[in-house]
Design a protein around this ligand. Structure first.
Ligand code: E4P
Length: 220
């Protein structure tokens, strides 16, 4: 499973990229708003840091404007994935951009039926939102399992399942178990994935025991 980071914070993206953990980045208008920065500059900067797909979302909701915005975003860097919402106009935009060779991520997917539409429209990625389904009392991860299962029955479907709205390390593990191609993870979730009390106590013991030997590995 590929790891994308779900943020527009370039400091966080640089920190995680330096660990070799990132296969791509997803942003959305809410994440961009949090930075207070210019959107196009931010996308350009992210694309310089991470070689994999960087999702940048259109702002309009009508076909003509989404198409024009998608072309602007796609021209920013070769690794931009244009994000469009799963609406009739968004799916039409996806078809048009995909026909032009643009990588498209169809976002705000909440059902298997919607995921079928995204695949049919030539989306490179479909983004089912796990956490937001959990928020309304549904099992978000069941949707990931359903889409992976359906897409798997049709070898001609190239659309990758990008598990989005991931809220915990457990979600990341479950997305991998479900066979998601990608999970987009907030930085805090990636940090959470490191944590285990036995790692901390084990390291503490190794450090103490090593110090008791009085030895050094690095010797002038
Ligand atoms: C990513 O592509 C999505 O926009 C994001 O994962 C949504 O996450 P949220 O539901 O936590 O806002």
């Amino acid at each position: 499973m590929k790891f994308f980071v779900d943020t527009a914070d370039t400091g966080e993206i640089r920190r995680l990229a330096a660990m070799g953990l990132l296969d791509g980045v997803t942003t959305n208008p809410s994440l961009v708003a949090k930075t207070g920065r210019d959107f196009l500059d931010t996308v350009r900067e992210i694309c310089d840091v991470v070689a994999g797909p960087v999702s940048a979302e259109v702002a309009a909701t009508d076909f003509e404007t989404m198409l024009a915005e998608g072309r602007v975003l796609a021209a920013l860097a070769p690794n931009v994935a244009v994000k469009v919402p799963l609406t009739p106009d968004g799916i039409r935009t996806c078809s048009a951009l995909a026909a032009e060779g643009v990588t498209v991520n169809v976002t705000l997917c909440f059902s298997a039926a919607q995921a079928l539409l995204a695949a049919k429209a030539g989306a490179a990625f479909v983004s089912p939102f796990v956490g937001r389904l959990d928020d309304i009392g549904m099992e978000g991860m069941a949707l990931i399992r359903d889409i992976v299962d359906i897409y798997g029955q049709y070898p001609d479907i190239r659309t990758q399942v990008l598990a989005a709205s991931i809220r915990s390390a457990q979600h990341a593990v479950q997305a991998a178990q479900a066979g998601a191609d990608v999970a987009t993870l907030p930085p805090a979730v990636i940090d959470q994935m490191f944590r285990h009390p036995l790692t901390d106590s084990g390291l503490e013991r190794f450090v103490a025991d090593w110090q008791s030997t009085g030895q050094r590995i690095l010797r002038d």
